[in-house]
Design a protein around this ligand. Structure first.
Ligand code: AMP
Length: 193
């Protein structure tokens, strides 16, 4: 069973993906994590995307589709969780194509519904916690990049809500609820899909 977690930055996609990995043995595919890894290991692609990511803009479809294509060839586990991908209609079409080539499809696109004030608080807190624990703070977890990331979400990613609705795949859960409640709501979607 393959699913997409959809929602703006700070909606809780990564947190919920991690829960699904441990509870259901699903495989998390986060293009944000893959891109950060490419930067840390200093690949040519990593260097190319660094400034774009720090500014909060989206990297090209070609790059992220390439990353996802490679990972789909690996272990499918209990199904894939697409976290932070797709973020454009082009990426959504490419994902459908890639899955259909594997004889697979999507069970659901789960929207984590939140509001902007909460996102800003969550992201500021994420940065504070990382700093307090001596962990690296994401270069794009600052007010300026966040504004761009939110605008990118509304302009380029939010049309996916209509796209998946039209395909009968969109399920919304309240992303403002406690982490455990969101987890149960997602479990319910999966059990009914
Ligand atoms: P995330 O960790 O999902 O918030 O992603 C961090 C940054 O990586 C984004 O702000 C983009 O610059 C880039 N990125 C991650 N996933 C994608 C994607 N699917 N398409 C384009 N850019 C992406």
């Amino acid at each position: 069973m393959n699913i997409i977690l959809l929602g703006p930055p700070g909606a809780g996609k990564g947190t919920q993906a991690a829960k699904l990995v441990s509870s259901r043995g699903m495989v998390q595919l986060s293009t944000g994590d893959m891109l950060r890894e490419a930067r840390t290991s200093g690949t040519e692609m990593g260097q190319k995307v660094a400034a774009i990511m720090d500014a909060g803009e989206l990297v090209t479809d070609e790059i992220v589709i390439g990353l996802i294509r490679e990972k789909l060839e690996g272990d499918t586990g209990g199904g894939f969780i697409f976290d932070g991908f797709p973020r454009t209609l082009g990426q959504a079409d490419a994902l459908e194509q890639l899955l259909s080539e594997m004889g697979q499809g999507l069970a659901a696109a789960i929207e984590l519904r939140v509001n902007d004030e909460v996102l800003v608080d969550r992201i500021v807190n994420r940065a504070k916690e990382a700093a307090a624990n001596g962990q690296p703070v994401r270069a794009d977890d600052n007010a300026e990049s966040l504004k761009v990331r939110l605008m990118e979400y509304y302009k380029k990613t939010s049309p996916l809500l209509g796209y998946y609705h039209a395909k009968g795949k969109l399920k919304a859960v309240d992303g403002l609820a406690d982490i455990g409640e969101v987890e149960s709501a997602i479990a319910q979607v999966l059990d009914n899909s």
